[in-house]
Design a binder for this molecule. Structure first.
Ligand code: SF4
Ligand code: SF4
Length: 168
């Protein structure tokens, strides 16, 4: 399969490298044109960053695809690389994406139960903030139960990301 075919058949069902699950932001590189990049954050030092979840992502589609930053153009997760190299078949990769998205949905619901609705923040930050809040919050058994389920789901997500998505 070509990269383009994988993008249209796999990435179009995924979005993990744009929605704050894999990255917390995208650093601009030499040659990137910052004009028109939504939500761009100018750092005091170092390169400007496009926050994630990316404001250019609508549903699972990049609305600035033709002028996306170099990092976005160049990134291929392990799943993508394996399909490209014919080391995995597309349907198997699609099943991994579908189950990972289901797990993400479950994590989002648990975060909401625990009072975190900040879906504009990257997942790692939301999990850290929730952990800190739970440390302060004492022993409500219902919240403690939801937090323990969230901890397991987050661990499961980390394992999936390590084994299936993080390249090399
Ligand atoms: S994480 Fe991988 S499969 Fe998902 S959108 Fe990014 S490159 Fe495509
Ligand atoms: S610019 Fe497009 S490809 Fe890059 S992170 Fe945002 S939505 Fe994804």
């Amino acid at each position: 399969m070509t990269s383009q075919e994988i993008s249209s058949k796999l990435c179009a069902e995924c979005g993990f490298c744009c929605n704050g699950v894999i990255f917390a932001d995208v650093r601009l590189q030499d040659g990137d044109n910052p004009a028109g990049l939504p939500g761009l954050k100018q750092a005091r030092s170092g390169p400007a960053r496009l926050p994630q979840p990316c404001p250019a992502l609508q549903g699972l589609l990049c609305t600035i695809y033709a002028r996306r930053p170099g990092h976005c153009r160049n990134f291929e997760c392990l799943l993508f690389q394996k399909v490209l190299a014919d080391a995995s078949k597309l349907p198997s990769a699609q099943r991994t994406v579908a189950s990972s998205r289901k797990l993400l949905l479950r994590i989002h619901k648990l975060l909401a139960t625990l009072g975190d609705q900040d879906d504009h923040l990257p997942l790692s930050r939301r999990l850290q903030r929730t952990a800190r809040r739970m440390e302060r919050q004492g022993d409500d058994p219902i919240l403690a139960d939801a937090y323990s389920t969230l901890t397991l789901a987050a661990h499961q997500m980390n394992t999936v990301l390590q084994n299936k998505f993080y390249p090399g």
